[in-house]
Structures are given as structure tokens and as C-alpha cells.
Design a protein around this ligand. Structure first.
Ligand code: BT5
Length: 257
């Protein structure tokens, strides 16, 4: 990765103009957070590898060379209670970039997985800091298995990479520039109906039988809908339950196979 090359072809108006590229970090989200605490906003942290990449709930995130590991420091003008909108916008932006640049059908598995052919090729980790009703900053972590050999990952992760699914390497530089452009565009429409509709359309979770593990326990049921605040509406035991955050396992396909 070369900072000047990324910047010279970048078509964004503001996102990525403050781009900080590292060869190796613990976690780009940690670097972003310490910058945010010092007042930095709208910066992008990009690393070639992470030694302590994180997923949700402090799960570890494998981040070998060949992937895109980035964090954005943003301050959207939304209430902290609507932080799910950020996740929605980032999911949509990443899918748009992958689909348009690589001609792949990128999908979203609720709540934060990016899938190609039902396999996880990326994930999103949003961490926010708020002061009462005011969102101070959001750290948007985005990991994409671009040019990675997924055979090193445990099979139960159902993980893959863009290069594996395509059968050839992907142009990292173009993908990073395209991602930043789509992220900027989606960010400016955060909370809007267009983002919600596309997020819903790209979902592979809608209509599926799933098991959801959340703070309030485990639920099994059929996903009836996805709400505009990011919640899953699960039909279970004759009623519909709203779940805003949790882990989701797809139990069988839409057709019941
Ligand atoms: C996520 O968490 O999917 C969010 C991942 C966010 C990573 C980015 S990289 C840049 C920024 N800096 C960070 O430190 N993090 C962000 P979650 O839904 O909790 O999924 C984590 C689970 O995915 C793990 O427990 C593994 O099962 C699996 N996993 C780990 N590494 C993976 C990889 N590279 N590809 C696919 N699956 C992976």
C-alpha cells in the first residue's frame, strides 16, 4: 500500500484526505480511538496488518497481509441511540464498492457481516462515545478479506476472501479508493430511507430461520422483517420479537433447504 498512490486517485470530497497508513498496528480501531480522544475527526486509519484486530464482544479478528483493515473517525449528527444507522450505511457502502468494482454480489448478514456466496468476507465494528444525547464520535472499523487465502481460517467461520471467490487477486488500491468514495456518499445519507431500503434488500437474513443470541437470551425463529432502526423482527412462538443487537446464525435457507 502506498499513501501517495491512494491519495492521488481518491475522488472523495473530504473522506480520506486525512489518511494515516501503517504497516502493522495492534488494532486500527484503537489508534482511531486515541486520536478521537485528542479531538481528531474525519480521519482514516489504514493498516496492512493488525496483531490484535477485534470483532464485537472483544472477539479476535484475523488480519493478515492482503486485507483491508481500516477505521474511520466520524461524528455524524445523529443521536447515540441511532448508532445502528452508521452500521447500516457502512454495510451498504462496502457492498456497493465490492459489487460495482468487482462485479460480485455482496450481501449483508445481520447485523454486521459482509458475505459473498454465503461466506464471510468482511465485518464491521462500530464503537461510539457519547455524552448524554450527544454523539461525540464514532469509530467505524471495517475489515475486508481482499487478497487472503481463507484456507488458514477454521472452517466453522464460514469465511472467504474476495480473491478466493473471484479466482484472482483484486486491485487493493482501486478497492480502497472506491470504498472511501462509497463510504462518504453513504455517510452523507445516513438515516435516510434509501440506505435502509438497500440494506434490507441486500440482506441474506430476511426470511431465514435463525438463532439469535442477545443479552436477553437465545431465540429461534423466522426473520419477518428488518426495521429501519436496524432491529431484526423475529417470529417466534406465535409472536414477533424485536432484537436490536446480537449474534445471528442462519439455520436454513429461504426455501427451507
Ligand atoms: C466483526 O466482528 O465481524 C467485526 C470485524 C471488524 C474488523 C475491523 S478490521 C479494522 C478494525 N480494527 C479492528 O480491530 N477491528 C476492525 P464479529 O461479528 O464479532 O465477528 C468476529 C468473528 O469472525 C470471530 O469470532 C471469528 O469467528 C470470525 N473471524 C475472525 N477473523 C475473521 C476474518 N478475517 N474473516 C472472517 N471471519 C473472521
Amino acid at each position: 500500500m502506498d499513501l501517495d498512490q491512494i491519495l492521488s486517485g481518491l475522488k472523495t470530497r473530504w473522506l480520506g484526505k486525512d489518511l494515516r497508513l501503517y504497516t502493522r498496528v495492534g488494532s486500527t480501531n484503537d489508534i482511531a480511538r486515541s486520536l478521537a480522544q485528542r479531538g481528531v475527526r474525519n480521519a482514516v486509519i489504514l493498516a496492512e496488518t493488525q496483531s490484535e484486530g477485534r470483532g464485537r464482544l472483544s472477539r479476535s479478528w484475523e488480519s493478515p497481509r492482503g486485507g483491508i483493515w481500516m477505521s474511520l473517525i466520524l461524528q455524524p449528527d445523529i443521536p447515540p441511540a441511532h448508532a445502528c444507522w452508521i452500521n447500516m450505511a457502512v454495510c451498504v457502502a462496502a457492498c456497493r464498492a465490492i459489487s460495482s468494482l468487482l462485479d460480485m454480489d455482496a450481501k449483508i448478514k445481520w447485523p454486521n457481516d459482509l458475505l459473498i456466496n454465503e461466506r464471510k468476507v468482511g465485518g464491521i465494528l462500530i464503537e461510539i462515545s457519547s455524552d448524554g444525547p450527544h454523539l461525540e464520535y464514532a469509530i467505524v472499523g471495517l475489515g475486508i478479506n481482499a487478497n487472503i487465502d481463507p484456507s488458514a481460517f477454521p472452517p466453522e467461520w464460514m469465511a472467504s476472501s474476495l480473491s478466493y471467490e473471484l479466482g484472482h487477486e483484486v486491485p487493493l488500491l482501486i478497492l480502497i479508493q472506491g470504498l472511501l468514495l462509497e463510504l462518504e456518499e453513504a455517510y452523507e445519507r445516513i438515516g435516510g430511507d434509501e440506505i435502509y431500503q438497500e440494506w434490507r434488500q441486500r440482506s441474506v437474513t430476511l426470511g431465514r430461520m435463525v438463532r439469535i443470541a442477545s443479552n436477553s437470551g437465545e431465540l429461534v425463529g423466522e426473520v419477518e422483517d428488518l426495521a429501519d432502526d436496524g432491529a431484526i423482527l423475529l417470529r417466534t412462538g406465535g409472536r414477533v420479537v424485536r432484537v436490536l443487537a446480537g449474534d445471528c446464525i442462519h439455520l436454513r435457507g429461504v426455501e427451507g433447504t
